[in-house]
Ligand binder design. Structure first.
Ligand code: GLV
Length: 329
């Protein structure tokens, strides 16, 4: 039987499914250190990961490794060049999380704009002693302009929600989306700079790549309206968190909502002390149904990529399909 590593604690029924095909080494404890991960991977044919770094070192240490299934749509934890060099297949879990993630982005944007977390802390701290006309004034969502950076599947799901809120939608993306999608979403293309100047609420939904590192830094924050909000449901590192904390503290923008952080699970200490930011621990896709769908899709991918099960050899979501069918190098 082929051996696999399940690197993070996982739904028990998904582990049971995997056991029908594989000898499973399931980590039921804390996140493995890089060394421990590499050591546990060394005798495996495949792995199911969730953000664990897999690159040339891990692949070289695991000569039988042929497939790694990430339980996430983002796969910036894979060094795809190293995967290709060794003919190791990587897979991800797109689509099943689009609507839950867009819902959460919307919730975070609204919480930031309407100061929900900040005012709840105030109430819990026993500081509420009167109604006042100027308590916790925020920015409207209804009738405002949404700016989506990264118009992929989740960005489009966000733009669709904007219709019910009477919003104008502008977007920036590496390339323009098809005219029929622009028409359906009523979304207008802008340069990043024009979008930042125009939008009342900017939401980031782009993948993390070297080119996207600090897509939003001090210079970009300076272009935004002082009443605007910024929401990051994409990846840590797309925003310069230190520069954002300064902009929030100095009220150069009104508020932010962050679900992802540079160096998470650590959070930049300055973000923890500014009041006008809503912070959540990378849970945008975290509904019971969606996380189950992601886990099962990652399992489907791994089973098929390792040549067993009903879709043997045809995993649904390869990120580097060119290596399919090639012998491990
Ligand atoms: C979560 O961050 C994902 O990429 O699915």
């Amino acid at each position: 039987m082929q051996k696999i590593l399940v690197a993070r604690p996982m739904f028990p029924d998904v582990i049971e499914r995997l056991k029908q095909y594989f000898d499973v080494d399931a980590n039921e404890g804390d996140v493995l250190s890089a060394d421990e991960f590499t050591r546990r991977l060394a005798d495996k044919d495949g792995a199911l990961t969730a953000g664990d770094m897999v690159g040339a070192v891990q692949i070289a240490a695991a000569p039988r490794l042929r497939a790694v299934a990430n339980m996430a749509v983002g796969f910036n934890n894979f060094d795809v060049a190293a995967f290709n060099a060794a003919n190791v297949l990587g897979t991800n879990t797109p689509d099943v999380l689009n609507e839950s993630t867009a819902d959460f982005g919307w919730a975070l944007m609204m919480a930031a704009a309407r100061r929900i977390a900040e005012s709840e802390h105030f109430l819990r701290a026993g500081q509420w002693n009167r109604w006042s006309y100027d308590s916790f004034l925020g920015s409207d969502i209804y009738g405002s302009t949404l700016g989506v950076i990264g118009m992929g599947r989740i960005g489009q799901a966000l733009a669709r929600r904007a219709r019910g809120f009477g919003m104008r939608v502008c977007y920036h993306n590496r390339s323009r989306v098809a005219p029929e999608i622009e028409a359906e979403l009523n979304a207008e293309y802008r340069s990043k700079e024009a979008l930042l100047r125009e939008a009342d609420h900017v939401v980031l939904v782009l993948p993390y790549t070297k080119e996207n590192h600090h897509t939003i830094g001090a210079a970009e924050l300076a272009l935004m309206k002082p009443t605007a909000t910024l929401t990051n449901i994409a990846r840590g590192g797309i925003v310069d968190d230190a520069a954002l904390a300064v902009a929030l503290r100095e009220r150069r923008i009104a508020a932010a909502g962050l679900d992802v952080f540079e160096g998470e699970p650590s959070v930049h200490p300055d973000l923890l002390t500014v009041p006008n930011v809503v912070l959540t621990p990378h849970i945008a896709s975290a509904t019971e149904a969606t996380r189950r769908a992601m886990a099962n899709l990652a399992a489907d991918n791994l089973i098929a990529a390792l040549g067993v099960g009903p879709r043997a050899g045809r995993p649904p979501n390869p990120v580097n399909p060119d290596v399919l069918g090639k012998a491990r190098a």
